[in-house]
Write a protein that binds this ligand. Structure first.
Ligand SMILES: Cc1ncc(COP(=O)(O)O)c(C=O)c1O
Length: 414
C-alpha cells in the first residue's frame, strides 16, 4: 500500500482535530483545493475584508467573486447579523477568518449555510488551538485550512481538514496534481529560515535586521498590502480558475507555497508539531496578560473573562495612532506583522471585490488593531506603557466625528 505525501503529519493533525486531514505545503494551497472542490467558477464567496490579501488572490485564482461581509468592530470577524438578507440569498459559500485566533461566529454561520445549502469554509490559519464550546475551530464547516507557519515558527506546512476519508483521498489526488516538483533551494529556505529567525530573536538583533531588510527592499511589501497591479490582475481573469496565472500574487511571503518539500522539511515539521502544545500553553499565558491591559479589544477581554485564555496567534489590541506606534515599537525590538489594512474591498476595488454594504467597522478595526504576539506579551506591554499608548474605542469613535476616513485605493506601484 502506498502512503500519501505528508501522511504522517496529516495523521498527527487528524488525531488533534478529529477530522480527516490532507497535508499541504501552505494554508493558501489548502484553501485553493477546497474552493476548487466545492465551488464552480463564477460563484460568490462571502468573506471578511480584514484578512491577508493572499487569501483574496486565492479566491480570485479559483475563479470566484469575493463578496465583502460587514464585520464586528470588536474582533474583525464576519458579523452575520449585519449581512443583508439580499446578500445571503446571493452567495454560494462562506469563508471565515478566525482573525488572530479569535473565533468566528461559527454556530450562526453554520446554521445559515445549512439552511441555504451552501458550504462553510473555515480559515483556521490563525486558530489551531481555538475552541468554541469545547469544539475545535476547523470542525464546524465543510472544510478548514490550517497554517503551521503561524504556530510553530516554521516557514512551510498546512492542512486541509475535511469530513470523510473518501473526500480526503480525492483532495490528495487534486493536491498532487498542483504540487510543484521539489527544489533543493525551497527545502533549504523552509528549513533554515526559522532557525535564522530564532537566532535573530535570541541575539536581540530584531531591530537592526528588520531595518536592514526594509532598506534593502527585501520585504515583499512596501506597505501592509502588496501592490495590486490591477491591469495585470484583470488580464488573469480570463484564465481563472488557474493557480499558475495568479501565482505572482498568491506566492507573496511564501514562494514555496506549492513546493513538494522533501523529508528534511517534513521531518522538521514533525518535530515542531510535537512542540505545539507547549507553544499553545505559552500563548495562553501571554493572552491572559494582554487581556488584562487597557489596550485589549473588548472581544478579547470578554472571552478571556468568560472562558479563560485562548492560545491565540496574536492578541488584538486596539490603539490610537497605530501606524506611528508600529514604527516606534521596532526600537523596542517588537516587529508587528499581520496587519490587514486597508480592508480588502477598499484595497482592491469593485472590479475585483464586491464592496461591503457597511464598511465602517472594518475600516475602523483594520486601522486601530495592533496584533500582539502573546509569546512576547510582557515585552509588548512594557513597550506600550513606555510609549504612553492610548487605547482606542469603537464606541467612543462611533459617537464622535468619524476619525477614520476611507483610505483611498492604493495607487498601483507599477
Ligand atoms: C488569515 C490567514 N489565512 C491564511 C493564510 C495563509 O497561510 P499560509 O502562509 O500557510 O499559506 C494567512 C497567512 O498569513 C493568513 O493570515
Amino acid at each position: 500500500m502506498t502512503t500519501s505525501y505528508g501522511s504522517r503529519l496529516a495523521a498527527t493533525m487528524s488525531r488533534r482535530l478529529g477530522r480527516e486531514c490532507v497535508y499541504t505545503p501552505s494554508a493558501r494551497l489548502a484553501l485553493y483545493l477546497a474552493l476548487r472542490r466545492w465551488c464552480r467558477p463564477g460563484e460568490r464567496v462571502l468573506m471578511s475584508p480584514v484578512n491577508d490579501d493572499v487569501i483574496l488572490f486565492v479566491v480570485l485564482a479559483a475563479g470566484l467573486r469575493p463578496v465583502t461581509a460587514p464585520v464586528s468592530a470588536w474582533d474583525g470577524n464576519i458579523d452575520p447579523a449585519a449581512v443583508p438578507e439580499s446578500t445571503w440569498r446571493n452567495v454560494d459559500a462562506v469563508l471565515t477568518t478566525n482573525l488572530y485566533g479569535m473565533p468566528d461566529r461559527v454556530a450562526e454561520l453554520r446554521l445559515r449555510c445549512e439552511k441555504l445549502g451552501i458550504p462553510l469554509f473555515e480559515d483556521a490559519a490563525h486558530a489551531i488551538g481555538t475552541r468554541v464550546d469545547g469544539q475545535p475551530i476547523g470542525t464546524f464547516g465543510k472544510a478548514a485550512v490550517f497554517s503551521l507557519s503561524k504556530h510553530v515558527a516554521s516557514t512551510a506546512g498546512g492542512f486541509l481538514a475535511v469530513e470523510d476519508a473518501r473526500t480526503r483521498r480525492e483532495l490528495e489526488t487534486l493536491r498532487d496534481e498542483l504540487l510543484a516538483p521539489r527544489r533543493l533551494h525551497d527545502d533549504l529556505t523552509a528549513t533554515l529560515r526559522p532557525l535564522a529567525r530564532s537566532t535573530v530573536r535570541g541575539l536581540h538583533l530584531v531591530r537592526p535586521v528588520w531595518r536592514t531588510l526594509q532598506r534593502l527592499g527585501l520585504l515583499e511589501r512596501d506597505d501592509y498590502r502588496m501592490a495590486l497591479r490591477a491591469p495585470q490582475l484583470s488580464e488573469c481573469t480570463r484564465e481563472a480558475p488557474s493557480l499558475a496565472a495568479y501565482e505572482p500574487w498568491v506566492r507573496v511571503d511564501l514562494h514555496g507555497f506549492r513546493s513538494r518539500h522533501g523529508a528534511l522539511v517534513r521531518g522538521q515539521l514533525e518535530l515542531r508539531m510535537a512542540a505545539l502544545d507547549g507553544n499553545l500553553t505559552r500563548r495562553e499565558a501571554g493572552v491572559s496578560l494582554l487581556a488584562d491591559t487597557p489596550w485589549a479589544s473588548p472581544a478579547l477581554r470578554d472571552r478571556v473573562a468568560d472562558t479563560g485564555p485562548l492560545p491565540l496567534f496574536r492578541a488584538p489590541l486596539l490603539v490610537h495612532d497605530r501606524d506611528a506606534l508600529i514604527d516606534r515599537l521596532v526600537s523596542h525590538g517588537v516587529v508587528s506583522g499581520y496587519v490587514y489594512d486597508p480592508p480588502l474591498d477598499d484595497y482592491a476595488g469593485a472590479e475585483f471585490v464586491e464592496p461591503s454594504p457597511d464598511p465602517s467597522a472594518a475600516r475602523w478595526f483594520a486601522s486601530h488593531v495592533l496584533p500582539a504576539d502573546p509569546l512576547v506579551a510582557r515585552k509588548i506591554a512594557r513597550a506600550l506603557t513606555k510609549e504612553r499608548t492610548t487605547p482606542a474605542s469603537w464606541q467612543a469613535q462611533s459617537q464622535a466625528q468619524p476619525e477614520t476616513q476611507p483610505q483611498a485605493q492604493r495607487a498601483d506601484a507599477d
